[in-house]
Design a protein. Structure first.
Length: 396
């Protein structure tokens, strides 16, 4: 039995945090019903690469979800959603604050008919505050969180990630928040609640304690490229065959092994080498020693030598490298799933392994409105009712 079997989640969210949250819940057994607008659906359907017009990211982000097309802004559509919400445990939405209220779908309204309902509201800036009504996207959160300010070369511009970092962190955080709320409801005998999540706050946490450092010491951290002020050597280095590897020395013992490996054991006995901050004060010297040694060897030779020395290194991979990696393959970090449109599809596996109740990918992302008739029938709508709603454009 999957751990979330019996839990119903309504995914009324779009790009990217909410859908990822619901993907995780669905991977572990929740009955996730994806509710989209009949015309176009979630913009995630158009994100990323496509094969023969079929969106590849959609196949993963909407796996294990039934799809229903309902126009929530229409009174009949709102009524259908209210009926659907009476059967649900969780609603995940990311409309701008006030939108659900305008449609008479506010959490308080939904909880009148379903007091145990948990409503997770995911927005760029949260439900309150001076920025609440502004458009919010992961890129903006990556900028405001301090991430961009700390990313990039010291003399270069602030750097944004080439992927949905803030959204993804928020989606994972939101899945955790939903589980806490479900646990609270279990302990409190049915009490639901509203969860207010911003895309900004989780990535602020991931960036680290820079506000504390500023408040206590008056220091503002700046970009250092691939270096870290907390330890050295820590950087990416180019090998003789044109590849790149990353070296980390967060632990003192690892730093000592690296410097002995690259032929400079004399630095290990210096006073400054005893702490990460001390090593960073000599970062140019340490980088030069490590970089020169690595530049004389192929990537394979570097990886083998570091492994033998018990030092920490990893190759800088692209997607092809990742797919071919023996550790990724043996531990099933990636898995293949049968898809009716694409055949066998390689995608990320469920996020963590559980010995007693492992998650499972039951099916890939489905066509817009593929399950509308089935879900409405479960709510008591007759075939004539469904046909009438479809003719009016309320459902798809």
């Amino acid at each position: 039995m999957l751990p979330l079997e019996g839990v119903r989640v309504l995914d009324v969210s779009t790009i990217l945090a909410g859908p990822l949250c619901c993907q995780i819940l669905g991977d572990f057994g929740a009955d996730v019903i994806k509710v989209e607008h009949p015309r176009g659906g979630d913009n995630m359907r158009g994100h990323g690469a496509q094969k023969d017009g079929i969106p590849l990211w959609w196949k993963e982000i909407s796996r294990n979800k039934r799809t229903v097309a309902i126009n929530l802004s229409e009174p009949d559509g709102a009524e259908a959603f209210r009926r659907l919400a009476t059967t649900a445990d969780v609603v995940v939405e990311n409309f701008r604050p006030g939108t659900l209220e305008r449609w008479d779908l506010a959490p308080e309204r939904l909880q009148q008919d379903n007091p145990g309902l948990i409503v997770a509201r995911i927005t760029g800036w949260g439900q309150t505050g001076p920025y609440a009504s502004r458009p919010g996207f992961g890129t903006l959160a990556e900028a405001m969180s301090g991430f961009a300010n700390l990313t990039g070369e010291a003399d270069g511009p602030p750097t944004l990630p080439a992927f949905g970092l803030a959204d993804s962190i928020c989606g994972i955080a939101a899945s955790s928040a939903v589980l806490m709320a479900l646990r609270h409801r279990e302990v409190q005998h049915g009490a639901g609640q509203v969860l207010d999540l911003s895309i900004l706050e989780p990535i602020m946490t991931a960036v680290g304690p820079s506000p504390t450092v500023y408040q206590q010491l008056g220091l503002v951290e700046h970009r250092h490229g691939n270096r870290s002020t907390n330890n050295a050597p820590r950087n990416t280095y180019r090998t003789s065959d044109g590849s790149w590897v990353a070296v980390s020395t967060s632990a003192q013992a690892i730093a000592e092994r690296v410097m002995r490996l690259v032929g400079h054991p004399e630095v290990v006995d210096t006073d400054w080498f005893a702490t990460g901050r001390g090593r960073f004060s000599h970062v140019d010297e340490l980088d030069r020693y490590v970089g020169e040694w690595i530049a004389q060897r192929t990537r394979t030779e570097v990886l083998e030598a570091f492994a033998e020395a018990g030092a920490a290194v990893a190759p800088v991979y692209d997607a092809a490298d990742l797919v071919a990696d023996p550790h990724v393959r043996e531990t099933k970090m990636l898995t293949t799933v049968d898809d009716p449109d694409l055949g066998e599809v390689l995608m990320h596996n469920v996020l963590w392994r559980m010995s007693a109740t492992p998650g499972r990918i039951r099916y890939t992302g489905r066509d817009l409105g593929a399950d509308t008739d089935e879900v409405l029938a479960e709510l008591g709508y007759t075939a004539d009712d469904v046909a009438e709603l479809r003719t009016a454009g309320t459902i798809g």
